[in-house]
Design a protein around this ligand. Structure first.
Ligand code: JQB
Length: 245
C-alpha cells in the first residue's frame, strides 16, 4: 500500500519509522511518503493560511497550496486518474481528518486497508477552505473522518492513529493474523482481560479457570468477561435485545 501524507509538520511523522508500521515500511509492505505543504507555496513567507471570509476567530488554510500538492501526488500514484475522468483506476482515497467528519471505525479501517493508495491531508488552524473538499469530491473518493468527539489542534495525530489502525490490517504487517480477530471491536465486544506469569503477583491471583487446561471453560469464561465488560462500560456496542440483560 502506498500512503501519502500532506502536512505543515512533516517532523510529526518520524514516529512512523518505529514499531509495526516502521517494520512494514522497511519490508516494503507500506510505501509511506510525507510531504510538506509549504513546498507548494510561492510567496516569501510560505503562507498556508489566511483570515476567514465572513469573519470570525482564527485562520483558514488557503486552497492553492492544497490544490498544487494534491494534483502532484494524485498524478504520481495514479497517472492522474482521480478526477471525473478516472478510468479503470479510481485514484487514491483522499482522507481529511476533521472534527466534522464521520466517526472512524474498525469497519472503516478494514475497508481502507484494501485500498492501494491513501492520501491523508492534515489541516491546522480552523481547518481547510471548503472548496478543496468540493473540488476533489468530483473523484467520489474524498472522506472527512473524525477520530472522536473531542477537539484536536490539527489532523496529524488523527492520521497517525488511522495509519496504525489501517496498517496492522494489511496482510503481512501483523505477524500472527489470528491476533487480529481476537481483539476488541473485531467481534463487536470489548476484549477479555489478559494475564501472564507469574500466576500470583502482589496477592493478586490469575483466575483459576485460565490454569485449568479446560479450553471449553476458558472460552466460555472469556466470552462472559467480554459481555460483562461491554455491558458495564460500552452498552452502546451491544445489540438492543441484549442491552437490558
Ligand atoms: C484543524 C482539526 C481535527 C483536523 C479529527 C478530531 O478544525 C478545527 N475546528 C475547530 C477547532 C479546531 C480545529 C482544528 N483542526 C484541522 C483539524 C481538528 C482534525 C480533529 C479531529 N480527525 N478532533 N479534532 N477528532
Amino acid at each position: 500500500m502506498r500512503i501519502d501524507i500532506l502536512t505543515i509538520f512533516p517532523e510529526f511523522f518520524s514516529v512512523l519509522d518505529v514499531s509495526l508500521v516502521g517494520k512494514a515500511r522497511q519490508s516494503g509492505l507500506i510505501d509511506l511518503r510525507v510531504h510538506n505543504l509549504r513546498d507548494h507555496t510561492h510567496d516569501r513567507h510560505n503562507t498556508v493560511d489566511d483570515t476567514p471570509y465572513g469573519g470570525g476567530a482564527g485562520m483558514v488554510m488557503k486552497p492553492e497550496p492544497w490544490g498544487e500538492a494534491l494534483d502532484e501526488i494524485i498524478g504520481e500514484v495514479s497517472g492522474g486518474a482521480a478526477g471525473a475522468d478516472a478510468g479503470a483506476d479510481a485514484g487514491p482515497v483522499l482522507i481529511f481528518p476533521s472534527p466534522a467528519g464521520e466517526l472512524f471505525t474498525q469497519k472503516m479501517a478494514r475497508s481502507l486497508a484494501e485500498e492501494p493508495n491513501l492520501v491523508f491531508g492534515c489541516g491546522r488552524y480552523e481547518g481547510i477552505d471548503q472548496r478543496v473538499f468540493d473540488h476533489y469530491a468530483a473523484s467520489g473518493r474524498v472522506r472527512l473522518i473524525s477520530l472522536g468527539d473531542y477537539v484536536l489542534n490539527g489532523g496529524e495525530v488523527a492520521v497517525m492513529a488511522m495509519i496504525e489502525a489501517i496498517g496492522r490490517l494489511i496482510p503481512g504487517v501483523v505477524g500472527n493474523p489470528e491476533s487480529l480477530v481476537e481483539e476488541s471491536h473485531e467481534d463487536g465486544l470489548l476484549e477479555y482481560p489478559s494475564y501472564t506469569k507469574p500466576s500470583s503477583w502482589c496477592g493478586h491471583d490469575v483466575p483459576p479457570v485460565l490454569l485449568s487446561g479446560n479450553h471449553g471453560a476458558i472460552a466460555a469464561w472469556r466470552r462472559e468477561q467480554q459481555l460483562a465488560r461491554t455491558r458495564q462500560v460500552r452498552p452502546d456496542l451491544l445489540p438492543p435485545a441484549n442491552s437490558e440483560e
